[in-house]
Write a protein that binds this ligand. Structure first.
Ligand code: MRU
Length: 331
């Protein structure tokens, strides 16, 4: 199953808002429908957003002949969400092939295929690293969803988990539920269950305590943007897990393709963090009218990152960064 693809003249995605209850495929034939799907997280996760962005340019090329209208549509896709660098990057890569629809579509398909190859590379390299750092039968904790649903197939951090499981080398995984939209509870638990990986779900705030209690050998998660200095921007809650890992003395490993590494952003304080508004936080539980702050992502400083595994290398930013005391990121 591919999370996103181009089939019969449409972008076809698995609607992630319907999981785990129902597996529903959406056929998106216009830029506006794709942007809506991105903004309501029907398609999500950095590498999947990159592919969505590139296919979005193909939709735009087919929909708009007028150069100004085409340019506007392309920008609409690139700016649908601000934090994951893959989205704008996927758009810009495909847009270099405009105005030819065929050339744009070929470039988007190339990116899709490269992300599939990347997942396999990260799986192999990441599994070797986890075993080197943790020894046999590691117990891992992951946050948000960095599986096949966040890429095209297999994933980034979960690709490593699946590879360890295939090797018979994994004790189990704790998935943190990922408030407020519960990508861990809804999506990661679903993917781990389908693959037969032993797993348990925990509330986000339990992570650092479980690490302190010696129940986790490493934290492994994905990224939405990796800055030039090694700061890791990922789903809100990642920073708390990184602090917990440092306090417990266990590795904090980020797994992401090179398409998520952004040499043009020097550090995490330069990244626009999407705020998704109060309703996702207050839901129906808070008193009506309660104000809320809802950053969808946070920044883990390079000093807390043991290793970043990409499809081409292992990067150890904390070796170059200052060691404790660890400064929190300033807004
Ligand atoms: O808001 P989301 O669900 O798009 O956020 C996704 C994440 O933060 C993932 O951890 C990240 O994109 C890694 S993708 C392999």
């Amino acid at each position: 199953m591919r999370t996103i693809d181009w089939i019969d003249d449409a972008v076809v995605i698995v609607d992630q808002t319907r999981l785990p209850g129902e597996t529903v495929y959406l056929r998106l034939t216009t830029v506006e429908a794709l942007v809506d799907a991105i903004q309501r997280l029907a398609v999500r996760g950095a590498p999947a957003l990159g592919v969505a962005g590139a296919f979005g340019v193909a939709l735009a090329a087919r929909q708009y002949a007028d150069p100004a209208a085409l340019d506007k549509a392309v920008r609409l896709v690139a700016e649908a969400r601000p934090t994951a660098v893959n989205l704008a990057r996927g758009v810009h890569r495909a847009a270099t092939r405009l105005p030819s629809f065929d050339n744009v579509l070929n470039e988007a398909r190339k990116l899709r295929d490269e992300e599939i190859t990347s997942s396999a590379e990260m799986a192999r390299r990441g599994a070797d690293l986890v075993l080197e750092l943790c020894g046999p039968a590691p117990r891992l904790l992951t946050h948000c969803n960095a599986g096949g649903l966040a890429t095209v197939v297999e994933g980034t951090a979960l690709a490593v988990v699946f590879e360890l499981h295939r090797r018979g080398a994994l004790a189990g995984v704790i998935a943190s539920e990922t408030r407020p939209l519960l990508q861990g509870a809804r999506l990661t638990a679903w993917e781990l269950g389908r693959a037969g990986v032993p797993h348990r779900l925990a509330v986000d705030s339990a992570g650092p305590f479980l690490m302190a209690r010696g129940e986790v050998d490493a934290v492994i998660l994905g990224a939405d943007r990796i800055c030039a200095n090694g700061d890791v921007v990922n789903k809100v809650g990642s920073y708390a897990h990184a602090l917990g890992a440092r306090a417990a003395g266990i590795p904090f490993i980020c797994v992401a393709p090179e398409t998520t590494v952004d040499p043009d952003t020097p550090s995490g304080d330069r990244v626009e963090i999407e705020d998704r508004g109060a309703a996702e936080v207050t839901g129906t539980t808070a008193p009506p009218g309660t104000a809320a702050v809802n950053p969808a992502f946070d920044v883990t400083p390079a000093a807390l990152v043991t290793a970043i595994v990409t499809d081409t290398r292992i990067w150890r930013p904390s070796q170059a960064a200052a060691q404790p005391p660890v400064e929190p990121i300033k807004a």
